[in-house]
Ligand binder design. Structure first.
Ligand code: PHE
Length: 450
């Protein structure tokens, strides 16, 4: 079956769309609390190393797979495997990625819902003059109300599927152009405020002091997983966006810009948050509620606070929205390219399934808090850990092996179009360093190496 495939209007829109996938709750909500839970700078250092050594080469790999295949991840990897005379079963890798995306979306949407709720709180002026205890209490009240969480989870899912139903190119491209730069701008305002009232020195020390002795195996594991999550790697999002990318665009340069923007944004949010955490004597290891407890305090005391808070949470919601779309796009592309089912019907059906799973996530913050799945983790934590620390790195590992050891070297070089030195560097990281790093972490995870 042949379909007309749309392509991005130019490199800038591809870059913004992929940056839109990468930049999301992972940077603004997850990275800050992961830093706190995993001991500050120990985590930050390993995270940066993982982005540079594993994330950047693997992002290049994923884009090249997508652009060469020109298809959804499932059929795409199958086609590439046939081209390389490898087993067509490699397509299962694409299938695993699609499933991973849907699992992530089930909790991503619930957190996206928290952000939407916070927009309404900001517009009502609820943060004005708020202190730490009140802010924490507000957040805990939200978690204790399954119906409120469910309502906002539902709204977030509808917003996501509404766009997905209409296709990749319409609307999003244009919005991305303005809103991602706007997110950076408002973040700088927040950072400026944090610098003036917060304890920036303590934040800096907490995040960047060079103390290798604090690096624990768990921090390494979480940092690697988060590098994948943050760059949207290992599940086919980047691959499917790459499949809409025009041939003449440089994959390496585009990747580096995206990775830098994504990482910088996360670290800036981290600094802004921790400056406030230390100035207000809050706990750095508060977990998933961290930004929702600290930021209202800052907004509540700054001039124009309610307005800035509203804008901030709106931009975060937008960032989350563009990421959420990329979580389902591989599966939708697969359905649309293989069946006669329309985008609308597939988006509605998939959206409903993910929404149902999201209800379990909603309940894991209140009524089912004590329902443990494995290793004492509740439903939300299980989905989060399973996807970030296992499925995404596993997907990335297999993509690296496929591109590095199964595809023809010429074909890879054709797509990457690097000079000799660049190509060598990519090969060493893709073929040796990244796989070894991921396998080492897995061996530790499964208790084979103590
Ligand atoms: N990278 C997104 C974020 O940081 C999340 C995401 C993960 C999106 C995997 C797509 C695929 O929020």
């Amino acid at each position: 079956m042949t379909h007309h495939r749309s392509t991005w209007r130019n490199r800038w829109t591809f870059m913004l769309a992929t940056a839109g996938s990468a930049i999301g709750l992972g940077n603004i909500w997850k990275l800050p609390y992961m830093i706190g839970v995993n001991g500050g700078s120990a985590f930050v250092l390993v995270f940066i190393a993982c982005i540079l050594v594993v994330g950047i080469p693997l992002m290049m790999t994923e884009i090249l797979l997508g652009r060469r295949a020109q298809k959804n991840p499932f059929n795409g990897i199958e086609a590439l495997a046939i081209e390389a005379k490898a087993s067509p079963h490699w397509k299962l890798l694409g299938g695993m990625g699609m499933l991973t995306g849907l699992l992530i979306l089930s909790f991503y949407s619930v957190i996206g819902g928290w952000v939407l709720y916070f927009i309404t709180e900001a517009t009502k002026g609820s943060f004005v003059g708020i202190e730490a205890t009140q802010s924490t209490a507000n957040f805990n009240n939200l978690l204790a109300s399954p119906l409120t969480l469910l309502f906002w989870h539902t709204v977030f899912m509808c917003l996501t599927m509404g766009v997905v139903a209409r296709g990749v190119n319409s609307g999003l491209e244009k919005a991305n152009n303005i809103l991602i730069p706007a997110l950076f701008v408002i973040l700088l305002i927040l950072l400026g405020y944090s610098m003036s009232v917060g304890d920036m020195q303590a934040a800096y020390h907490f995040m960047f002091s060079l103390d290798f002795s604090k690096i624990t195996p768990v921090a390494v594991l979480s940092a690697l997983g988060h590098a994948f999550f943050s760059l949207s790697l290992g599940m086919g999002s980047v691959m499917v966006y790459g499949s809409y990318l025009q041939r003449h665009v440089s994959i390496a340069r585009t990747t580096i810009y995206i990775a830098l923007a994504d990482t910088m944004l996360g670290l800036l949010v981290g600094l802004a948050i921790y400056a406030l955490v230390f100035a207000n004597n809050l706990a750095p290891n508060a977990g998933p509620g961290l930004i929702f407890q600290t930021l209202p305090i800052a907004f509540g005391h700054m001039p124009w606070g309610s307005l800035i808070a509203t804008l901030f949470f709106m931009l975060v919601a937008f960032a989350a929205w563009t990421s959420a779309i990329s979580l389902v796009e591989p599966t939708i592309a697969w359905i649309v390219e293989n069946t006669t089912i329309s985008r609308k019907v597939s988006a509605t059906t998939l959206g409903f399934a993910v929404w149902l799973l999201g209800i379990a996530v909603v309940l894991s913050f209140n009524d089912w808090q004590h329902v443990k799945i494995i290793f004492g983790l509740n439903i939300f934590e299980t989905l989060d850990k399973l996807t970030s620390t296992i499925l995404l790195p596993l997907g990335g590992l297999l993509m690296a092996i496929f591109a590095g050891y199964f595809m023809k070297r010429d074909h890879v070089q054709d797509e990457l179009n690097l000079d000799n030195r660049g190509f060598k560097l990519w090969r060493i990281t893709n073929n040796y360093i990244s796989p070894i790093a991921i396998i080492a972490v897995f061996l530790y995870l499964f208790g084979l190496v103590k």
